[in-house]
Design a protein around this ligand. Structure first.
Ligand SMILES: Nc1nc2c(ncn2[C@@H]2O[C@H](COP(=O)(O)OP(=O)(O)OP(=O)(O)O)[C@@H](O)[C@H]2O)c(=O)[nH]1
Ligand SMILES: [Mg+2]
Length: 465
């Protein structure tokens, strides 16, 4: 190639490079870290891999290579890919550690353009993907922006039913001691806020309840211990008139609570949407439907409520709260039912239809302008292999793997309901999904997965042509 042509090619390459900011979210333990680790790993192996047939750039042999490059936003912690891979490649393999905050990783994917302007000018192009991992719990705070402190307290009061009612007794006992109109008692506020935070943790960790607000109280990230998290809803509204509470003196307990709530709205919730969310181009929401199916009706319905709430962040109708604040850019959202390898393959379509049912109604009822949405089931990092069991001459589908006690195990975990389970369904308790350790993987081969290629095709496929 002549010097001029080379120079031209370099110039065009630079101007034609593409960027996409891909956000990965889901409630705790949904499988975000596993998904990102696998996504990066699949891309790093994409030029030599035959494991991505559903990704057109790979199927057509157009993936040249991928590498990690320094991330663009230097103030966000880096996603710890190497630590995750060390765990997965250790002997015996283990899962990556839980994460608690936002993190980022930048990937440069080099590919041969298929058509259009790029093909005429270049033999290769680069897609830069900024992958951002953040807790789905943070999206549960969006409605706080539309409620003042007393409206939020009223809503929290109305939500005290079922497990929540029972679990709230201890913190309400503590909160009862507070005179909202008396001069502020910082120690008392801190004590009640601690009891409230403990209550939220118990809801989440012991009862598998996912709709937990404010989201940062259970996943504070860098805000752990900060005074902005030392507030709680005032649950004794019936004892005071609205006028009394509205007129409370500056420096009274309730005035300080209102002030902290406002600070949380502006400097935590709004800040997240402003600093991060509005820059996202693509979003994958990971949903573990199987854990709440195991945990029972209360947990399952609570997760539905949380997913419903989470979907409001993608609703950009003209009058939507987000549109009023700024212009979000997400144009594709993928809802993925994770850990599909926990069940036998013929159950995968049921996982998808269950997830579709969970989100379909909200999706239909609200204006998701210009956003393409899809549902699928995936296993980011396979932990089981599918096979058959012969029981007294009868053949059953089964999965096998190494359980958490490091014992080999073969089982049929049960049927995934195709639709939202009815009341009667819960009485039979037909679920027994178990955790398995990851399969053994080789350093020089991509991680074993189910349909990661389909997910990558949806999220990035159109940027790789
Ligand atoms: N069988 C199977 N288990 C998975 C898969 N992905 C995740 N898991 C399991 O789910 C657990 C949580 O996965 P993570 O990827 O850490 O989930 P997370 O959403 O990042 O969790 P937090 O960081 O705690 O919010 C893992 O430790 C595994 O036990 C998968 O593809 N297959
Ligand atoms: Mg994680």
């Amino acid at each position: 190639m002549s010097k001029l042509a080379k120079e031209m090619n370099r110039w065009v390459s630079r101007s034609m490079d593409r960027h996409v900011k891909l956000a990965v979210t889901g409630l705790s333990r949904a499988g975000k870290t596993a998904f990102i680790t696998s996504l990066v790993n699949q891309c790093l192996h994409a030029s030599t891999s035959d494991k991505l047939p559903l990704l057109s750039a790979s199927r057509e042999g157009r993936m040249i290579g991928a590498k990690r490059v320094p991330q663009s936003n230097l103030s966000i912690p880096s996603f710890t890919y190497d630590d995750g891979m060390d765990s997965l490649l250790s002997d015996p393999p283990t899962w990556p550690e839980p994460t608690r905050d936002v993190s980022e990783l930048r990937l440069a994917i080099k590919f041969k353009p298929k058509s259009g302007v790029l093909k005429h000018f270049q033999d290769s192009a680069t897609l830069f993907v900024d992958i951002v991992d953040y807790p789905g719990e943070w999206l549960l705070d969006l409605p706080l922006l539309d409620m003042d402190y007393l409206a939020w307290s009223k809503q929290q009061q109305a939500n005290l039913t079922g497990h929540r009612k029972v679990l709230s007794e201890a913190w309400l006992q503590e909160a009862k001691q507070l005179d909202p109109l008396a001069p502020v008692d910082e120690k008392k506020l801190a004590r009640i806020a601690d009891a409230f935070t403990d209550y939220l943790h118990t809801c989440k960790n012991e009862k598998g309840l996912h709709w937990v607000q404010p989201g940062r109280f259970v996943l504070p990230g860098e805000l752990a211990g900060a005074p902005v998290l030392q507030f709680f809803p005032f649950m004794f509204l019936h004892k005071y008139t609205e006028e009394e509470l509205a007129k409370a003196k500056k420096g009274s307990n309730i005035a300080v609570l209102k002030q902290r709530y406002k600070h949380y709205q502006q400097n935590v919730v709004k800040k997240f949407y402003n600093d991060h969310f509005r820059h996202f181009d693509r979003q994958i929401v990971l949903v573990d439907c199987l854990q709440p199916l195991n945990a029972g009706e209360n947990s399952f319905n609570d997760m539905r409520q949380a997913i419903d709430q989470l979907m409001h962040s993608f609703q950009y109708g003209k009058s939507s709260l987000l549109k009023r604040l700024f212009s979000p850019k997400i144009d594709k959202v993928l809802f993925a039912a994770t850990k599909a390898d926990h069940v036998t393959p013929e159950q995968h379509p049921n996982m998808v239809s269950l997830l579709q049912q969970m989100i379909y109604q909200t999706w239909q009822e609200t204006a998701y302008e210009g956003i393409k949405m899809e549902c699928m089931s995936i296993a980011s990092i396979q932990a089981t292999t599918a096979g058959m069991i012969d029981e007294d001459g009868e053949i059953f589908a089964a999965i096998s793997g190494i359980n958490t006690a490091q014992q080999p195990m073969m089982m049929f975990p049960g049927e995934v309901p195709k639709r939202i389970p009815s009341k009667a369904y819960w009485e039979t308790e037909p679920f027994n999904f178990m955790s398995f350790q990851p399969l053994k993987n080789e350093n020089d081969r991509p991680l074993q997965h189910i349909r990661m290629d389909k997910a990558i095709q949806f999220l990035l496929g159109d940027k790789l042509i």
